[in-house]
Design a protein around this ligand. Structure first.
Ligand SMILES: NC(=O)c1ccc[n+]([C@@H]2O[C@H](COP(=O)([O-])OP(=O)(O)OC[C@H]3O[C@@H](n4cnc5c(N)ncnc54)[C@H](O)[C@@H]3O)[C@@H](O)[C@H]2O)c1
Length: 256
């Protein structure tokens, strides 16, 4: 049974990815900074959970040692999903015009949304190279595909967009480097989906306030489980000929 390490494993997309992978026969190791929520999610997922780590994904050494430990404990590790993030801990990080952002908010966003992806990939790839088979899925965002979407979708997200474009470019570059080692590296770019800080009810309220103009062509916002399904597909052998891709899971938002 293959095992995947998931950062942000207690989050909406991290836990949805874990559930989708568990359904496909994977074991999952969940890592998150929020120990209480991690415990709750792990209990809910049940037997497929092969370990949990309460850690800060922006701590290079902590991530490195957790991934080494997870690989040693489980015999080997075949997957990595980088889903730590969210803007809850970063005041003023999003929603501010560029000229009102601060170097501090820039650094904080880069740290959690880009550096944390670098740290996890940096820790996992040597393990994966030893095995000569594995897959990585990085969680990017539609914001990284569009450089800050037009007014009908998302405003004042310049810094966030830069981090996510960085994730997509890193994914493409790593895909080329890791291919000869039997490792595939892909990304998923969600549109607006429910999260721990943005419940489905909250999104419905936003839709009523904003009107349908912000809805994607499919006419609704997304479920975290729908992102998890794309992650599980990219991790599976059904995606054996896919690397360096970024799947847009946004109900077609990118077409607006
Ligand atoms: N929800 C959306 O609409 C949406 C859209 C596009 C992209 N994304 C991206 O998806 C990823 C996951 O977001 P989500 O929607 O699941 O949010 P979420 O808030 O539900 O989950 C994020 C998880 O990451 C954890 N986390 C935050 N900082 C951490 C750190 N330093 N170390 C370890 N864990 C940390 C949080 O505790 C939380 O459990 C993020 O990178 C986000 O930018 C989300």
């Amino acid at each position: 049974m293959p095992t995947a390490f998931i950062t942000g494993g207690a989050g909406a997309i991290g836990s949805a990815s874990a559930r989708a992978l568990a359904r496909d026969g994977w074991r999952v190791v969940l890592a998150d900074i929020d120990g209480d929520e991690l415990k709750r999610v792990a209990a809910d997922i049940g037997d497929a959970v092969a370990g949990t780590f309460v850690l800060d994904a922006t701590d290079f050494d902590a991530v490195d040692s957790a991934i080494e430990k997870a690989a040693a404990t489980n015999g080997w590790l075949q997957g990595l999903v980088t889903a730590a993030g969210g803007l809850r801990h970063i005041p003023g990080a999003k929603g501010a015009p560029f000229t009102e952002t601060s170097p501090e908010s820039w650094d904080a966003l880069i740290e959690v949304h880009l550096n944390a992806v670098y740290y996890a990939c940096h820790a996992a790839l040597p393990v994966f190279y030893r095995q000569e088979t594995a897959a990585i899925v990085n969680i990017a965002s539609g914001a990284g595909l569009r450089g800050g979407p037009p007014h009908i979708r998302q405003r004042n997200a310049s810094v966030y967009s830069a981090t996510k474009a960085g994730v997509i470019a890193l994914t493409q570059s790593l895909a080329q480097e890791a291919a000869s080692h039997g490792v595939r590296v892909n990304a998923v770019a969600p549109g607006r989906v429910e999260s721990r800080t943005k419940s489905w009810d909250e999104m419905e309220r936003m839709r009523r306030e904003e009107g349908d103009v912000r809805l994607p062509p499919l006419g609704r916002f997304g479920r975290a489980a729908e992102v998890g399904d794309a992650v599980a597909f990219l991790m599976s052998d059904r995606a054996a000929y896919i690397t360096g891709a970024c799947i847009d899971v946004s109900g077609g938002s990118r077409l607006h």
